[in-house]
Ligand binder design. Structure first.
Ligand SMILES: [Zn+2]
Length: 601
């Protein structure tokens, strides 16, 4: 490996430039953008009560005004939130973000009537308008906005629902976050955060893992009944909402949000459940590699990495550009811009938001990537992943604000694809079996966490929502039983589930803040892998169709977007393609483990 400087290892000088978002005017630019948005919103507000009379040209003109509001507010909000993400401890940045959110809410409240009036239009009238060519730039958006039509209430009712949610659902949800964020775990004679304690589960030392797990279980005990009460309250709250809005089942509104058909979600869940043998086989292999008869729940995250080679930023950059280039020179060219034009903020800094993300911002600007670069192999794949999101946003920019963003279910198409290509190249460049095993292990753990674990969590949610509706409030023990049941189905007899693990549902924020959300991780990941599988099968001829898919952004329904690359999301066999990729990685890991002499005969 080339020698790297410290600066290169930490990517210390790789920072983004957010000024273009506010025309180089800094914080002052934020209010100018919002003032302008407010002026346009005032003009839109004059159309109140007249949407029903608009012809296609009139509707197109309102939609262009709404697009301009979304652009202006989007730029201000992107600037404020990205600045905040880069230093969350700076009170000035927090205050700016809050300020933008409050002004954006006020602006959006003024134009709320439009969607309601649009949704209230009779079907035949809406269809006639949408057939007009002048509305191409917002056709799918407008059609999709009407998907809530059967579930909308009257405007005064909607306003009451929105206002009361602040002291209802949102307040309960915030209480839960406050309760869980103050959970302190006694460990090593001191107190650490829950997150810190959970991270100890990846320790190579089994004793340390077990101790961490027991301490977490102890720390989850106080307040358990309160958290269960919050959960019960939100389950009931959702049941009421769903009844008032006439949703047929607990997951229906989430599927509608995701534009995912009930059939495709059922097919996904069934396909994954049918392959629980994959995680079980992985955990059996892992037990052998770790020299254990059987894993316990607290062993699943145990690190299998041997020595970690360090990556400098420049080396990573070349590797990722090369991976994208191997697939498409157009993508490689676009990827260059992210590095060359300060669209990435890479280094770890105090106060910076942890993790990594891609912010689409708005189509007239460009995406930004936030990373926390530590020079590990995982970071190279994260870079490839977030860059995939960025490229998707970049290629879809011509779709405009209404159609740039895909539904959540298709959001991972480019990121997981790019990550998988990069992974393949990293693996091909790694000949030593132990290093191959480490690489494959990391990938397998990721696939299991995203595809299988989220599906099992979806099964848990399914049981608790259903039981709250059909039976009534659930006790702490009952939550524990259903949690155990769905985990045991996933893990089979390859993993021992300890008694303490029965309360570990009680800190997971998604169940509280975004019910039904978790399956989307599995959906997005497996969809992307299944599309990748199609590429493997068809080769270079697939590339133009794939780029067309990315350029299409969210301009069509997921089913129509799938057809661009010739796949049928409603076909259960489609999901098996992605699972086959995971199974291949499992088999490669088994081979590498044997070659590395890490498993006995
Ligand atoms: Zn992603």
């Amino acid at each position: 490996m080339a020698t790297t400087t410290d600066t290169d290892l930490t990517a210390a000088d790789v920072a983004w430039d957010l000024e273009p978002l506010v025309d180089g005017k800094g914080e002052a630019g934020v209010d100018q953008l919002l003032d302008e948005a407010e002026r346009v919103a005032a003009s839109v507000a004059e159309r109140r009560g007249t949407v029903v009379q608009l012809d296609a040209a009139g509707l197109a003109s309102v939609m262009r005004e709404l697009a301009s509001i979304a652009e202006l507010v989007g730029r201000a909000a992107s600037y404020a939130s990205l600045r905040f993400a880069a230093d969350t401890t700076d009170p000035g940045r927090g205050a700016l973000l809050q300020h933008v959110e409050e002004r954006a809410t006020a602006i959006n409240t003024r134009i709320l009537f439009f969607e309601l009036e649009w949704a209230a239009l009779p079907d035949d009238r809406a269809a006639a308008l949408l057939a007009d060519e002048q509305l191409t730039f917002c056709r799918h958006y407008l059609a999709a906005a009407r998907r809530y039509r059967p579930h909308l209430l009257t405007e005064p009712e909607e306003l009451v629902m929105t206002e009361k949610a602040v002291t209802g659902r949102s307040a309960w949800s915030r209480l839960f976050s406050e309760l869980t964020s103050t959970i302190a775990v006694d460990l090593d004679g001191g107190r650490v955060s829950l997150e810190e304690a959970l991270s100890r589960l990846s320790s190579p030392d089994r004793g340390e893992r077990r101790a961490a797990a027991e301490s977490v279980t102890d720390a989850l005990e106080p307040g358990l009944r309160t958290r269960a009460f919050v959960f019960n309250t939100l389950l009931a709250d959702k049941a009421v909402d769903d009844r008032l809005r006439k949703y047929q089942h607990w997951l229906a509104s989430r599927n509608l949000d995701n534009e995912a058909s009930d059939e495709s979600v059922r097919a996904l869940v069934a396909a994954v459940q049918a392959r629980y043998d994959i995680p079980q086989r992985w955990y059996a292999l892992k037990a052998r590699v770790l020299g254990l008869d059987r894993l316990a729940d607290y062993d699943r995250m145990a690190s299998m990495a041997s020595e970690e080679s360090e990556f400098g930023w420049r080396e990573a950059r070349e590797l990722v550009l090369d991976a994208y280039g191997s697939f498409s020179s157009e993508l490689e060219g676009a990827a260059h811009r992210f590095f060359d034009e300060a669209w990435i903020d890479a280094p770890v800094r105090p106060g910076k938001r942890p993790g990594a993300f891609c912010a689409y911002t708005v189509p007239s600007q460009h995406p930004y990537l936030l990373l926390n670069w530590t020079g590990r192999r995982r970071d190279v794949l994260t870079l490839a992943h977030e860059l995939g999101h960025g490229l998707h946003a970049y290629l879809a920019r011509d779709q405009g604000v209404f159609h740039q963003t895909t539904p959540l279910t298709l959001a991972e198409t480019a990121s997981v694809f790019g990550e998988t290509v990069t992974f393949g190249r990293l693996l091909a460049a790694t000949s030593e079996p132990a290093a191959r095993l480490a690489l494959l292990a990391e990938s397998m753990e990721g696939q299991i966490a995203t595809v299988f674990r989220q599906t099992a969590m979806n099964r848990f949610e399914d049981l608790v929502h259903t039981e709250r509706r059909e039976v009534g409030e659930l006790s702490v023990d009952r939550f524990g039983e259903l949690w155990y049941e769905t985990q045991a189905e996933l893990l089979g007899d390859t993993v021992e589930i300890t008694d303490g693990y029965r309360t570990w549902w009680s800190y997971i924020p998604h169940f509280i803040g975004t019910p039904g959300y978790v399956y989307a991780y599995a959906y997005g990941q497996l969809l992307a892998l299944s599309v990748y599988r199609t590429y493997e099968e068809r080769g270079a001829g697939f590339v133009p169709q794939y780029l067309e898919l990315l350029r299409s952004g969210g301009s069509r329904t997921p089913d129509e977007l799938g057809r661009i690359v010739g796949v049928d999301l409603g076909d259960p066999g489609f999901w098996d393609g992605g699972l086959a990729i995971v199974e291949q990685q499992l088999e490669a890991a088994e081979t590498a483990a044997a070659e590395a002499g890490r498993i006995g005969r």
